[in-house]
Design a protein around this ligand. Structure first.
Ligand code: C2E
Ligand code: CA
Ligand code: CA
Ligand code: CA
Length: 279
């Protein structure tokens, strides 16, 4: 038992130092990653809940590191936010997602929307609106085919500036969504002042909806409030058929999750979409 205990301690100790080491490797790897083409985007379908029609896809960042392999975004994005690299990476994501979405319409997949995640730092940097316009123009993508996902943490701080930035983006015809809705900043009054189109209900509520009456109540409340404000709702992380049924009963409008499709590389998504359209 003593031996096992010592082994447990040693492997635990090892894990901790490996984590610290990996953080350093991640930190140092972020700078050259863009030039070395180590980033790519995967696309996860977003569907209407009633008819299952494909309306677009969320672009999700992937990083293939030369020694660490595939590093999940939850691991490196917080580091990139600390170092500021997320601004340059985010610019690349915008450009790449717009180019890909322009391809979809060229391939006859219809007018699909691409949803891009934005870090709060990209707003604070001040050049976001210019980068968004440039990305759309360079790709030849219509503004209404781009949706920007912001988290509630973006809404903390200088809201006057942020409301102005969002209004400018909105005036270009771009759509706006609040991501991970319900997990962050709890003041709902901002919803009246922000020109948002969509709330994405965080997957933690969706996952526990069937077992946990409180989570079902939260989902119901979000859907009803959104409907009252004229906003659409997308449930994230729909993994099971019973989630789908429960969301339908609650009046949620759109869905995304493993139950329908996982995030896929660009080519696989285009094939999936073509298949869906019966092409
Ligand atoms: P998110 O924006 O909430 O993205 C949804 C995450 O849920 C994705 O994880 C997706 O793969 C995962 N997901 C989708 N369906 C299901 C499901 O049915 N079950 C479960 N368990 N998970 C599901 P991913 O790709 O690992 O991304 C994690 C987070 O990293 C994202 O969360 C987002 O906050 C951030 N992220 C990803 N790409 C970008 C990016 O380009 N820029 C920024 N700033 N953040 C990004
Ligand atoms: Ca998102
Ligand atoms: Ca989310
Ligand atoms: Ca999230």
């Amino acid at each position: 038992a003593k031996e096992a205990g010592r082994n447990t301690f040693r492997s635990h100790h090892l894990d901790v130092s490996t984590d610290v080491l990996n953080d350093l490797v991640i930190r140092n790897g972020l700078r050259p990653a863009l030039e070395r083409n180590e980033f790519s985007l995967h696309y996860q379908p977003i569907l209407t809940l009633d008819s299952g029609a494909l309306i677009g896809a969320e672009a999700l960042l992937r990083w293939q590191h030369p020694t660490l392999g595939n590093v999940p975004p939850d691991r490196f994005i917080p580091v990139a936010e600390l170092t500021g690299h997320i601004v340059g990476i985010g610019e690349w994501v915008l450009g790449e997602a717009c180019r890909e979405a322009a391809n979809w319409s060229r391939r006859g997949l219809g007018e699909l929307t691409v949803s891009v995640n934005l870090s709060p730092l990209q707003f604070r940097h001040g050049t976001l609106e210019a980068h968004v316009s440039a990305a759309l123009a360079e790709a030849g993508l219509s503004a209404r085919c781009l949706e920007l996902e912001i988290t509630e943490s973006t809404l903390i701080g200088d809201t006057a500036t942020l409301v102005g930035q969002l209004a400018n983006l909105k005036a270009q015809g771009i759509r706006l969504a609040i991501d991970d809705f319900g997990t962050g900043y709890s003041c709902l009054a901002y919803l009246r002042r922000l020109p948002v189109d969509r709330l994405k209900i965080d997957r933690s509520f969706v996952a526990d909806m069937s077992q946990d009456a409180d989570d079902a109540s939260i989902v119901r409340a979000i859907v009803q409030m959104a409907a009252g404000l004229g906003l659409r709702t997308t449930a994230e992380g729909v993994e099971e058929a019973h989630h789908h049924d429960a969301l339908k009963a609650l009046g949620c409008t759109e869905v995304q999750g493993y139950h329908y499709a996982r995030p896929m590389p660009a080519d696989a998504f285009a094939c999936w979409a073509a298949d869906r359209l019966g092409q």
